[in-house]
Design a protein. Structure first.
Length: 199
């Protein structure tokens, strides 16, 4: 009978040890999976913030180079000089008034065409940051955290109108707070008990 009790006790204690090992292993694995998910969210969020910053920088440079009124005046002045210079060159070469005028207009049109091409290339350069924004935002839009999904959608909307820098900065701040909430691990039981006692 004692031998039977010893075997039963050994069986129960081995079962408890096996259960504890299984439970601790699963708990540890779950925590590791949760931490990997939080790290993935941080990585996508960082990529999104960098892409938005690149878009803001490219847009600012584009505005400085092409959209200021001074730049428009500069283009008109250069085109006027090209027209006059082309007409004068044709006249010196022995052209008539009409042919000189046409050559001058051609030179001015050529300069304006080059300016237009370069301006379109500058605007097209904004496509790459938009592509990176979309790539970084896609996984965040599938997040299980509704506040993070909403903040990501609002940031995408604000990035679409990059000239409204105040709104874009506000949405970046909201997005940052949502990422912080989504990537902060939940408090442990000990921390919750301590908070209850102190609160």
């Amino acid at each position: 009978m004692d031998k039977l009790l010893e075997q039963a006790f050994a069986l129960v204690s081995n079962g408890l040890v096996a259960f504890l090992v299984w439970w601790l292993t699963n708990r540890s694995r779950d925590r590791q999976d949760e931490e990997r998910e939080r790290e993935a969210v941080r990585g996508h969020a960082d990529a999104l913030v960098v892409a938005v910053s690149d878009l803001k920088a490219a847009s600012t440079v584009n505005r400085m180079l092409w959209e200021r009124p001074v730049e428009g005046l500069r283009t008109v002045l250069l085109a006027g000089l090209a027209v006059v210079g082309g007409a004068a060159g044709a006249r010196i070469a022995g052209g008539t008034d009409t042919s000189s005028g046409l050559v001058g207009l051609g030179r001015g049109a050529e300069l304006l065409a080059q300016e237009r091409i370069v301006g379109k290339q500058a605007v097209a350069a904004l496509r790459e940051p938009f592509n990176r924004i979309a790539a970084a935002a896609a996984p965040l839009l599938r997040s299980p955290f509704p506040d993070l999904v909403t903040a990501t959608e609002e940031l995408l909307g604000a990035a679409g109108n990059v000239t409204d820098t105040v709104r874009l900065e506000e949405k970046l701040a909201v997005f940052g707070r949502a990422v912080l909430v989504a990537t902060t691990p939940p408090p442990s039981r000990r921390e919750r008990r301590r908070a209850r006692r102190s609160g």
